[in-house]
Ligand binder design. Sequence first.
Ligand SMILES: [Zn+2]
Length: 262
Amino acid sequence: MTRWHWTVLSDGWTEAHEAAAISGGSWFEKVRFHATVVLLEHPVHGRVLFDTGYSSRFFTETQRWPYRLYRMLTPVTLTEPRGIIEVLRQRGIEPESIHHIIISHWHADHIGGLRDFPWARLHSHRQAWDSIQDISGIAALRRAFLPGLVPEDTAARMQWLSEGCDVFGDGSMTVLELPGHAIGQIGVRFVDTTGRPVLLAADACWLSKAFREMLMPHPITRLMHDWPVYRGSLSRLHDLHRHEPDLLIVPCHCPETAALMP
Ligand SMILES: [Zn+2]
């Protein structure tokens, strides 16, 4: 098993009250939630992205109603309007060198950059993909999904992942199912170049404090979550955290994750 080098990147953020993200959180304190993208680099498998951030397409796709409601509910600030593709270029990384994209789930803040990588092989959970087929308007919005972000040839480029999948066939990266926030949400687990085990946990929780202390989000977010399933995934992270203290669990939007950006 070989190890992965990983870098946290982002092209933008939204803000929300801490109280929405964790029970007992403050209604006065606003937290900046970066849409982080993780660049994974491996000596054999090359470069892989875990999610793709917002890109300016988030704005073009939310101009029309009812999608406009999305940006009203979560006002987005882009730090790099040209998206993660430009963030990569600024780091001297040719976007063409990204051969694989793992899509944790199909919410707009995770798939905004998909169209910038038309050559990449895509990886996602089948149930996640199925859950966004043939939905638009309010039905799509309820799933935080913007259909225009999905390239037309996506199905043909897809490789399906599920619990325990060995993504590259050499044991270097395995899949965990973490549903509840979204149907078929997945995380991946690997060992990094320093020897530390890492779990990219997507949006199984918004703040790391949530898995450390087993804090569910505010009930107001029940509207978007499958509550018991969410609790199951969070409890899984909480147990992993307790039994494997060395494991670095990385929620996509936690400020602790954004603090890892170079
Ligand atoms: Zn998200």
